[in-house]
Design a protein around this ligand. Structure first.
Ligand code: PLP
Ligand code: COI
Length: 341
């Protein structure tokens, strides 16, 4: 299969239209059989539930070309499960897990020419999503839904690739206690836009959100979970009911324990103790592990000892092992790699 003529090494994290996307519609209480389409546009009624009351959830995963030339995805079953939970929380019908995984495979296979080659530094980002599509004017769930998956080849999420980031402690909250922080709903991202735009204007790469009730504990950023490393090499990651259960973070916890023999603590992390950590990283599908060099808390600078030039040594080992598993250089745990082609 001939690859598309794309400058893979210089891709940013942006939208590039590919040839095929998957679509399935939910009507009268049932999903239709679903199909691939070449039409990237959606025609919706002006009063569609998604447009009025933001009834939409999504997922994000990647397809990779492995060292031996296969096209694979990483733990797509976990994205399917998380989307089930997101949909249930917003009173949307569940798109069955087995159909989700099959649809991801179909759309990636159909766009194989857009899967970046091994070693290019780029990957194919896969975006499943679902939204209420019929007219809704009283506040209630829609009766009809559309589930879609599109793909787009991407490079690093943060400009500068692996250069350590500078982030700030945000004065805005991301998720209320007992709210929707633990699901992947568009509404969580809409409300983060003002915070990220002002962070960028002030020269920061991202926001660190704190727990809204006490504002003393680290939650996550707008698009990734935190991972810290203590000075004695322990991995610490915040535990909270209002952060997204990152598949990357859960995988890194396993990698840290089982591949690298590191101690891992999943617990509440107080902002006050961040100054004592040796390394900090943001982990997620888009972010992979992006190192953080500096955290600014209202003018107080917390400079991680790992510095502003490169990833700290433990973050580097975690990064190399995870990407090694994803690209087929390192034996994956059973069930983690889903071979498509
Ligand atoms: N937290 C938020 C708010 C996210 O949007 C994401 C991205 O999906 C993550 C964390 C990381 O999750 P995952 O590793 O499953 O991509
Ligand atoms: C992902 O990592 O897949 C996400 O959805 C994060 C998003 C902010 C791009």
């Amino acid at each position: 299969m001939e690859k598309k003529d794309i400058d893979w090494g210089n891709l940013g994290f942006g939208y590039v239209s590919t040839d095929y996307r998957y679509v399935s519609n939910y009507k009268a209480g049932a999903w239709d059989g679903g199909q691939l389409t070449q039409d990237a546009n959606i025609v919706l009624n002006e009063c569609a539930g998604v447009l009025q009351y933001a009834q939409t959830v999504f997922e994000g995963l990647k397809a990779y070309t492995t060292e031996d030339g296969h096209i694979v995805t990483f733990r797509p079953d976990l994205n399917a499960e998380r989307m089930e939970k997101s949909a249930a929380r917003l009173e949307m019908p569940v798109f069955p897990c087995d159909r989700f995984v099959k649809a991801v495979s179909e759309v990636v296979a159909a766009n194989a020419a857009y899967v970046p080659p091994y070693g290019s530094g780029a990957t194919l980002y896969v975006r499943p999503y679902m939204f209420g599509s019929n007219p809704v004017i009283g506040v209630k769930p829609a009766d009809e839904y559309q589930f879609r998956i599109f793909c787009t080849p991407v490079g690093p999420y943060f400009k500068g690739g692996a250069k350590p980031l500078t982030i700030r402690v945000s004065d805005f909250d991301r998720a209320a206690p007992h709210g929707t922080g633990h699901i992947k709903a568009g509404l969580n991202y809409a409300m983060s836009l003002h915070a990220i735009v002002t962070a960028h204007e002030e020269g920061y790469d991202e926001n660190m959100y704190l727990d809204p009730s006490t504002r003393t504990k680290v939650e996550e950023t707008g698009g990734a979970n935190f991972l810290f490393v203590t000075k004695d090499g322990k991995v610490v990651t915040p535990k909270s009911d209002s952060i997204l259960p990152s598949i990357t973070r859960r995988s890194l916890v396993h990698v840290a324990k089982e591949y690298l023999g590191l101690a891992v603590e999943e617990r509440e992390v107080f902002l006050d103790e961040v100054k004592d950590f040796a390394e900090c990283g943001l982990c997620g599908t888009a972010a992979v592990i992006s190192p953080v060099g500096k955290i600014v808390d209202h003018g107080r600078e917390i400079c991680l000892p790992s510095g502003m030039e490169e990833m700290g040594p433990v973050t580097r080992k975690l990064y190399d092992t995870l990407t090694g598993i994803q690209m087929g250089r390192i034996q994956a745990p059973e069930g983690w790699i889903h071979v498509i082609l």
